[in-house]
Design a protein around this ligand. Sequence first.
Ligand SMILES: [Zn+2]
Length: 191
Amino acid sequence: MQIPDIKKQLTIMSVLAHYGIKPDKNDHIKCPFHEDDKPSCKIYTETNTYNCFGCGKTGDVIQFIQDKENCDKHTALKKAAELAGENTEVMGISSGKASVKEAENFAELFKMQKEGLPRSPKAQEYLRNRCLEQLQEVGYNSGVNWKKLKQCITFPLKDKNGNIVSLYGRRITESGGHGYFGDTAPPFRSY
Ligand SMILES: [Zn+2]
C-alpha cells in the first residue's frame, strides 16, 4: 500500500479509536505526548491531522502513530498500512452534509447498539480485554437490527453539534480473546 492510499484509508479517528482515545465534542483529546490535565490536543477530522497547543506536537496519522509508538517513520508507515487494511469500516456520511434525518437514524441505531452491548458477553469481554469497559459511548451491533458493521463494537462519531454523523466499527473475531483480528501476528501494542 502506498502512502497516499494509507492516508486516504486511515482516518485520524480510526487511529485514535485504535489507541482507545476518544475526542471530546470539540474534537480535543488529552495529549498523549505530554502530561496533559486538560484536553489541549486538537483533532482536525477534515485533514486527519492533530495539533497540540501544549507541547506543539503536530502532524498526520502516520506522524501520530510514530509519536505514539515512539518508533521511526518506516515502522509507523508499516503500522499505518496494517491499520488501514484492518477489518474496520466507517459507515456514514463523509461529505459532512448530514441531513438531520440521517443523523437521527445514526443516533437511533447507536442507541440500540448501546443497549445491545450488555447482551453480548463476547463484546463485553472484548472491551474488558482492552481496558475499554469504562467507555460511555460504545455499543455492540449484533447485526440483527442493522446489517452493516455486523458483529462490531461501535463508536459514534459526532459533528460539532453533537449529532452522530457516522459510526465506527471494530469487528470482533470468532475466536475473541486477545490479539488482533486478522491472521498475522499482532505487531501493535494491544490496548
Ligand atoms: Zn501535547
